[in-house]
Design a protein around this ligand. Sequence first.
Ligand SMILES: [Zn+2]
Length: 123
Amino acid sequence: MRSPRRCSRNACPRQAVATLTYVYNESTAVVGPLAAFAEPHTYDLCEQHARSLTAPRGWDVVRHEGEFEPPPPTTDDLVALAEAVREAARPVAPRPPQDDPHPHPQNPPTGRRGHLRVIPPNH
Ligand SMILES: [Zn+2]
C-alpha cells in the first residue's frame, strides 16, 4: 500500500497536491494538478510550494491557476474514515449529572410569589 504523496521539497511534510514538470526543450516549468504517475523530471509539490514556485533564470513558469485538489484517499484513508464513522455512530452514554457544564442556577429569586398557595382543582 503506497503512502500519500508528499511534497518533494526538503523537510516539507505537507501532502503533494501538484506536480511540477520541467520541459527542458522549451525551458518551461509547468505546475499542474498532481500527476497520476511519477515521471522523470517531475516533482510533487504541496499547494504552498506550488504557488510560490519561481522558475530558474531564463525559464518560464506555466502555473495551473485553479484549485489544487488533494488526491483521492488511499484505501488506508478509507479504512480510517470508516472507523471514524463507526465511532461517531456509536451511542453516547449519558453523562453523570456532576459533569453538567451548564448547571441550573441555584435558588432563583422567588420574589413576592412566596405568598401564593397552590389551590387544588375542584372536581
Ligand atoms: Zn512543500
